[in-house]
Design a protein. Structure first.
Length: 207
């Protein structure tokens, strides 16, 4: 099922601090802090793109055309579902009630949303993006982000810091250490309705 995913509230912090990156880089002064922060942001974004995860807390709006049997929530880990709104069969906006109209599984990765036993989703208006799921994704803080992902970010920061104006002899995606650090955390290739979809770009990166 096609869907649109928009980040409405960005994270305010990153998994790796400038001080931690400085220690990794063995840089003593603070003159390069602005540049190091830029590399931390870029490395975090690359890690999130590759693993299909959200590392630090952020709010997203997931828009789908209709209700599938199970809504698979992208960008794990899922912290909470803020709201589920939809256009009813008359085109009027409605908001569902948690536990009564839907239940959330935030333990699975990706998270799941479905209806309680013996109930079904309401009929939505026949229109694109008729259903909007607003949710918060990400680990609760830097301390709960897996150390392997933080190590991958530091490794990429080191590569960018040391090779800021040249092409790397060995591209990052071919770095076996990076692949080993991130592989177990990849959660790509699962559709919104629970169907398995192709993730050939990601497989190319790993092979």
């Amino acid at each position: 099922m096609r869907y649109a995913l928009t980040r409405t509230v960005a994270p305010t912090t990153y998994p790796v601090t400038v001080e931690e990156a400085r220690r990794h880089l063995r840089v003593d002064g603070t003159e390069e802090d602005a540049l190091i922060q830029t590399y931390i942001i870029a490395a975090t974004e690359l890690t999130e793109t590759f693993t299909c995860r959200q590392l630090m807390p952020a709010t997203y709006a997931l828009r789908i055309d209709r209700f599938p049997p199970v809504i698979i929530v992208p960008k794990p880990p899922l912290q909470s579902v803020t709201s589920i709104a939809y256009l009813d069969s008359q085109g009027a906006s409605q908001t569902l009630t948690v536990t009564t109209d839907y239940i959330v599984d935030s333990n699975s990765e990706p998270g799941r949303i479905t209806t309680p036993f013996s109930t079904v989703w309401p009929v939505s208006y026949d229109q694109m993006n008729a259903v909007t799921v607003t949710f918060v994704a990400g680990y609760t803080g830097a301390g709960t982000v897996p150390e392997s992902l933080k190590a991958a970010i530091k490794l990429m920061v080191g590569d960018m810091f040391q090779n800021r104006e040249t092409t790397l002899e060995k591209p990052i995606q071919e770095n076996p250490t990076l692949k080993a650090l991130m592989w177990d955390h990849v959660r790509c290739g699962i559709g919104i309705g629970g169907d398995n979809t192709s993730a050939s770009w990601q497989q190319e990166w790993l092979t």
